[in-house]
Each structure stands twice: as structure tokens, then as C-alpha cells.
Design a protein around this ligand. Structure first.
Ligand SMILES: [Zn+2]
Length: 150
């Protein structure tokens, strides 16, 4: 009886904690491995700095989905250099706040449902040829590793 209850709680926590598929063509949210620019894991080295998000493999131009139910908060310019991939979106809801880039979103306000199409991946190959194209997702609080939610 107690064990059943514990299993039920664990199960519901796992189900609540899992985000939906982020990108078309990658149903398991597979993370970018090594390429000549680095690795996609949270905490991977980036020169002197570390990678503050996790990179989920996604082909240039692919459809990107809302990972959870919530709302679009605002548009982002993550690199601040106005290049071809300097665009993204902040989303909040279901206990999460995340930044996703490089994507172009259909809109940057209003509510979204988990799995809903929010936009497309920008053309990473135009800026970083040979990189494993991906959608970068990081928590608004970058001290939190988002990987367990994938
Ligand atoms: Zn990244």
C-alpha cells in the first residue's frame, strides 16, 4: 500500500517533470554530441566559460514546439550581434522559465500549450558550418541544469 503510493508519487512527478518534444525529427530530445565547436551538454566548456543550457539536436528550419504549457514572455536577442541566429524566445509556465534559441517564433506573447508549434529553428549552418544544428534551451536561472526535464 505504502509502496504503491510512493511509486504513484514518483510516477506523477516524472510525468509532470518531463517536457515535450522540442524539435521535429528528434522525438527523444537527443542532445548534441561533440562537433568541432564543442559539446551540447549543460556545463560543457566554451572557452573560458561554460555552457549554460543544453543543446537538443534540431535541423535548420525545423518546427520547434513548446516544451510545456505556459506563455510566451518575450523575444530575445541572445548574442546581441544581430547575426542570422540572434533571435529567440522566453517561455514561462508549469513551474519553469526557459530561454530557447536560435529560433524565430510565430509570436512572443500569449499562452501556449505543451507541444504546440511555436516557431522554427534558424539557420545555424549559415553562421557555424559543420556544427550539429540544435535548439539551445536554458533555464532563466542558469544554475539549474535543464537536462532532467528533457
Ligand atoms: Zn547551447
Amino acid at each position: 500500500m505504502l509502496r504503491g503510493l510512493i511509486l504513484f508519487i514518483l510516477f506523477t512527478q516524472v510525468m509532470a517533470g518531463r517536457w515535450g518534444q522540442l524539435c521535429d525529427g528528434n522525438p527523444t530530445n537527443r542532445v548534441r554530441g561533440k562537433d568541432r565547436y564543442g559539446r551540447g551538454e549543460y556545463g560543457a566548456p566554451r572557452g573560458r566559460r561554460t555552457h549554460l543550457g543544453v543543446d537538443v539536436i534540431c535541423s535548420d528550419g525545423s518546427i520547434v514546439h513548446a516544451p510545456f504549457t505556459g506563455r510566451m514572455v518575450r523575444q530575445l536577442n541572445p548574442f546581441g550581434n544581430n547575426n542570422a541566429i540572434d533571435n529567440g524566445a522566453m517561455l514561462e509556465g508549469s513551474g519553469y522559465c526557459v530561454k530557447m534559441f536560435p529560433i524565430t517564433a510565430q509570436r512572443y506573447t500569449g499562452s501556449v500549450t505543451k507541444g504546440e508549434v511555436i516557431g522554427r529553428l534558424l539557420n545555424i549552418q549559415d553562421v557555424y558550418p559543420g556544427m550539429i544544428s540544435h535548439v539551445h534551451i536554458q533555464m532563466c536561472d542558469t544554475s539549474i541544469n535543464p537536462t532532467p526535464y528533457l
